[in-house]
Structure formats: C-alpha cells, structure tokens
Ligand binder design. Structure first.
Ligand code: ATP
Ligand code: MG
Length: 189
C-alpha cells in the first residue's frame, strides 16, 4: 500500500493533481480542507471551530487535526493507497503522521511537492474565488494563507528532505505534464 503526501502552497494544484492520481491508480484521497468544509456545511461543532480559523486564513490546531486525520485514514482501509492532500501542514503534524503510520506498520512512500511562485498562486486563488464560493478565496485571506504557508508549512519541505522522501515537481504548465511528472515518481517507488 502506498501513502503519498502531496505538498504545496494554497492554490498549487494539490486537489486537481490528486484527482488525476485517484483516477489513474485508484487511490483514496484525504483532503483535510474538504473534510473541514463538509463539517462546516453540516453545521457540526467541529465545523464551527474550523470556520473560526479558516475565515482568518489560519491553521486549525494540530491536536484537533491529528485526531481527524487518524479517523479519516482508518475509515479508508483497506485500499491500494492514500493521497494526503493538505496534511501535514506543520512539523508536529508530519511527526504525528509518521507515528500514526508506523503504528499501522507502514510509512510515507513519497512526498510530492508542487512548486509554484506566489504571484501565480495569488492569481489562481483570486480567480478560483469568483466561482468556488469559498469564504477564504478573497485577496485579504489569500495573503494571510500564503503568509501562514511560508512561516508554518514551507519548513516541512526540509523535514521531508531529511527523511529522504522529498520530490519536487514544477507546478506550472499543462496539467497532464505535471501529472506525468508526479506519476514518474510514484512508479519508481
Ligand atoms: P489548495 O488550493 O492547494 O487545495 P488550500 O490551502 O487552498 O490548498 P485547503 O487545503 O482546502 O486549501 O485548506 C483550507 C483551510 O483549511 C486552511 O487554510 C486551514 O485553515 C484549514 N486546514 C486544512 N488542512 C489543515 C491542516 N492539516 N492543519 C490545519 N489546518 C488545516
Ligand atoms: Mg485543496
């Protein structure tokens, strides 16, 4: 079974590329952003907590995210593989993921990093905001999210580098080309 972490800034294309990988390999997809948005839509207690952070462009506290992740993962087993999209976003989350998988006698197969420059990210997210209906896809919140990404999430790239799991792919250009580059990494594992 493969455990693939897809990594990158907001708007880097994690969700889009995950869908292509799911179609090709039959993997299950865990998008923590989608999980949280479903909770908000269903007006759960967790959703109310999540909304207070998401609307400000901030991250949900690690302890809460880690619990959600573990139960979501277990609900998907058994399967060919899982794509983690939007998790981990902090070093404690990466450590928790490693520990959670180790307890289940498995580990991260590869981390796939989508590299996209900030100006392109802002343009993509502002555009997405016109149709996504996402409260956090507005210019002010986008800037806050990018700031959080650079401060709290980007340092994880080095963490995965040290684990020998980091694979960086150019995240701009044709979707199919980006996907082919990601598949080449997965096929080599
Ligand atoms: P992309 O556009 O590449 O899919 P994104 O940052 O726009 O990425 P999501 O991954 O959907 O969007 O996340 C939306 C929000 O949900 C984040 O800004 C954050 O508040 C919250 N969130 C999602 N995953 C996590 C996590 N692992 N830890 C903490 N907060 C999270
Ligand atoms: Mg997403």
């Amino acid at each position: 079974m493969k455990n693939i972490v897809i990594f990158g800034a907001p708007g880097s294309g994690k969700g889009t590329q995950s869908d292509l990988l799911v179609a090709k390999y039959g993997f299950k997809h865990i998008s923590t952003g989608d999980v949280l948005r479903a909770e908000i839509k269903n007006e759960t207690e967790l959703g109310a907590t999540a909304k207070s952070f998401i609307d400000k462009g901030q991250l949900i506290p690690d302890s809460l995210m880690i619990d959600i992740l573990a139960s979501t993962y277990d609900a998907m087993l058994p399967c060919e593989g899982v794509i983690f999209d939007g998790f981990p976003r902090t070093i404690p989350q990466a450590e928790a993921l490693k520990e959670m998988l180790a307890k289940r006698n498995t580990g991260v197969t590869a981390m796939l990093e989508l590299e996209v420059e900030d100006t392109v990210l802002i343009e993509r997210l502002v555009n997405r905001g016109k149709t996504s209906g996402r409260a956090d896809d507005n210019e002010e919140t986008i800037k806050a999210r990018l700031d959080v990404y650079h401060k709290q999430t980007a340092p994880l790239a080095e963490w995965y580098e040290k684990e020998g799991l980091r694979n960086t792919v150019k995240g701009t250009g044709a979707l199919e080309e980006i996907s082919a580059a990601l598949c080449a990494v997965i096929d080599a594992k």
